[in-house]
Design a protein around this ligand. Structure first.
Ligand code: BGC
Length: 720
């Protein structure tokens, strides 16, 4: 029998793979043996010391055995500045870093390859700054648009979250730095986050809130995870046997460390026995922690077994052997041009063109002589602000600086502040009302707008206004920005409105009254350059909204059902699986802007959606293929979104669910074939009775769209 070349190469690949698996198994066994021998040598006191913080971001190693301490750091905007006890700046000159775009900006790119680069580059910076664990990525579901941390998180959709989370984790860990995925689980509001209990049915938990965590662990292989502050069904997440022991360590076979959120541990025996491995916190009396002397006493009293302690120590050593004690560690890199390029690419693919009715964009730069750049957000930076992690950015290009960089030589640019974005929260949970608009600033803005060919008006939130630790009170634009928009638009009808934010705002009046509207984010060190390139057309916008903008807050599911922020410290997730667009579509409520929405300077024509087969078995993959033609005048990137819909289901279903997406670059006049794959098992719903995933047989509809509500092509298929 003759063996063909292709068979040789297949044989070669198989031998190489077998060799690799073998080498990997051997090295895993060697590490296991080393860990076992270390555990034998440790005293109980040394073990307990490894299980709690000994500094704001550190936990003890064992110097006599050469085990380094673990150094964690925030994430997700970049590697934060170093702090000293009490959270004050350590005043170093070596800890400035790259500021990466916020989570919802990354999600708006719909580009998992960029999520990998984000993780990779942040991992390199973490490595250069000697961190063991990056406290990122963060991807709790955007259940309510008001959540103060929406800007840190990704989206309202579990599938989009999962695709991005897996790549972010892989990117970070490629640098021998552990990712810490957070916050596990259902940490979807900041109001009473330290006390509130989430009451949720199992199906919604499994279908909406857990999938991205599961994917980050089982596909992304995240080495650490952070337990959330809140309770799930009456039990704190940091001592929740169901979440930690049964689901995470049991079902998902998680091998790494469960780290508490800072100050989020509430017991010794329960937390230790129910799956928490490492207690972190902000207070300096570390010996008073639940996992310090109290844990030692509990072991001595027989309430926590040495076996449980050893298991935690093994997990910590397992992570240390993959990070600070790993072989072939990279040395890391800080603030490189490559990192800036990643930031630029994410930022430029995240910006969402909401409206371009007069084709004012891209700017006709040869015809424009003067531009009024107006608004506090044009000169504001976003690397720091509010409560929670920021970055001491090596640099950040503001929107005004970006426009000056790109246009300053040929176009006269005049700036007026328009409003003050200085914000001080008045109450714990809510946003301060600024009493009156600043008429002097508005008048100055109007005069500037009148004296120029056109105006670009920068409004929206900022990092003080959207913050960890509190939710927004409503969706209204802050700082009396609407008055400014009205006045400037009247003064100069050629006004482009750029709204900057990390979460939905009520911009219905702007949508109605203004012809040109752009959405931008807290877009990292390269913010202004990316924005200027989108406005001038060097980059064709391709961002798509990662969450629904409701027309009114009361349309949003948690608010429609009066299921936020809860009563008597309980919040009942009454909307179940109908989160985000699942709710709006199923209940036929028109949003202001739908999930997945975003325009381009060009036009795309979809055609010919078909599947590789008509009917499928459970173990198969559905391959859907379609053609997209760029029929406009600019080359661009389009994200094809593939939703699935099941009519006549015997169970409650969302009208449609995202199951695949792909971003493709298409040149002018070109047609591209796009193939998307959906494993049939991904069509399953979680059956609460049998506690299993079930694929319902029958007919399904595939919907290919440019947004969740602009479906261009459909196809049907049958599952046997
Ligand atoms: C946040 C975490 C963060 C930790 C350490 C907590 O307040 O919830 O996301 O990693 O602080 O800064």
């Amino acid at each position: 029998m003759k063996i063909k070349f292709s068979q040789y190469s297949l044989l070669g690949t198989l031998i190489f793979a077998a060799f690799n698996i073998n080498a990997q198994t051997k090295s895993n066994q060697a590490t296991k043996a080393k860990i076992a021998s270390i555990v034998k040598k440790l005293t109980l006191e040394e073990k307990i010391d490894m299980l709690h913080a000994n500094g704001i971001f550190t936990s003890a190693g064992v110097p006599r055995l050469g085990i380094p301490e673990m150094v964690t750091d925030d994430g997700p905007l970049g590697v934060r500045e170093d702090v000293k006890e009490g959270w004050g700046s350590a005043n170093l000159t070596t800890d400035s870093a790259t500021f990466f775009p916020n989570g919802s900006a990354l999600a708006a790119t719909w580009n998992p390859a960029l999520a990998y680069r984000y993780g990779h580059d942040m991992g390199e910076e973490a490595r250069a700054r000697h961190k063991t664990i990056m406290l990122a990525p963060a991807f709790n579901i955007a259940r309510t648009p008001l959540c103060g941390r929406t800007y840190e998180y990704y989206s309202e959709d579990p599938f989009l979250n999962a695709r991005l989370a897996v790549q972010s984790v892989k990117g970070i860990q490629s640098q021998h730095v552990a990712a810490c995925v957070k916050h596990y689980a259902v940490n979807n509001q900041e109001v009473e986050r330290n006390r509130v209990s989430v009451e949720i049915d199992e199906r919604a938990l499994r279908e909406i809130y857990l999938p991205a965590f599961k994917a980050a662990i089982t596909e992304g292989n995240a080495w650490t995870i952070m337990s959330a502050y809140n309770k799930l069904r009456g039990v704190y997440c940091s001592e929740n046997d169901y979440l930690l022991n049964q689901v995470l360590k049991g079902e998902w076979k998680f091998k790494g460390i469960v780290i508490s959120d800072w100050g989020g541990t509430h017991s010794t025996v329960n937390a230790a026995n129910h799956g928490l491995d490492l207690e972190m916190g902000s207070g300096p009396i570390y010996n008073s922690y639940y996992f310090a002397k109290k844990l030692l006493d509990s072991v001595k009293a027989g309430k926590v077994s040495v076996k449980v302690i050893d298991e935690k120590v093994r997990r910590i050593l397992w992570v240390i052997y993959r990070t600070s004690m790993s072989e072939n560690q990279p040395t890391g890199k800080l603030n490189t041009p490559e990192h800036s390029k990643t930031v630029y690419d994410i930022a430029s693919e995240s910006i969402v063109l909401l409206k371009n009715d007069k084709h004012l964009l891209p700017l006709n730069t040869s015809a424009i002589k003067s531009i009024a750049v107006i608004g506090d957000n044009a000169t504001r930076t976003f690397h720091l602000g509010g409560f929670g992690a920021g970055v001491k950015a090596r640099y950040e290009v503001t929107a005004l600086a970006g426009l000056q960089n790109r246009l300053g030589k040929t176009i006269e640019i005049k700036y007026a502040q328009g409003y003050s974005g200085v914000y001080k929260p008045a109450r714990r949970n809510g946003n301060e009302e600024v009493s009156k608009p600043d008429t002097a600033m508005i008048q100055q803005a109007v005069a500037t707008a009148k004296s120029t060919d056109m105006a670009i008006l920068f409004i929206g939130g900022n990092r003080d206004y959207e913050s960890e630790g509190r939710d927004r009170k409503d969706l209204g634009l802050p700082f009396h920005e609407q008055e400014l928009v009205d006045a400037v638009t009247t003064a100069n009808p050629n006004t482009i409105v750029v709204v900057v934010g990390g979460a939905p705002y009520d911009i219905s009046k702007i949508k109605n009254n203004n012809h040109t509207v752009v959405w931008s984010w807290y877009n990292g060190s390269e913010n202004g350059n990316a924005l200027a390139d989108v406005l001038t057309g060097k980059v064709n916008p391709s961002g798509k909204l990662p969450f629904t903008f409701p027309a009114e807050l009361k349309d949003s599911p948690a608010h429609a059902l009066n299921a936020y922020p809860g009563e008597n410290l309980k919040v009942d997730y009454k909307e179940g699986i109908l989160v985000g667009y699942r709710w709006f579509d199923t209940k036929k409520i028109e949003p202001l802007y739908c999930f997945g929405y975003g325009l381009s300077y060009t036009d795309y024509k979809y055609s010919g959606l078909h599947t590789n087969k008509n009917s499928y078995k459970l173990t198969e993959n559905i391959t859907a293929t379609l053609k997209i033609k760029n029929t406009g005048k600019y080359s661009g990137k389009e994200t094809v979104q593939l939703y699935i819909s099941k009519a006549g289901s015997k169970i409650e279903r969302a009208e449609k669910e995202l199951k695949a997406f792909k971003k493709v670059k298409i040149e002018v006049g070109e047609t591209t074939d796009v193939a998307l794959s959906i494993p049939v098992k991904d069509l399953a719903y979680y059956d609460v009775k049998t506690r299993t995933w079930v694929v319902e047989p029958g007919k399904y509809k595939l919907l290919a769209g440019t947004s969740s509500r602009d479906i261009k092509e459909t196809a049907t298929l049958t599952i046997n």
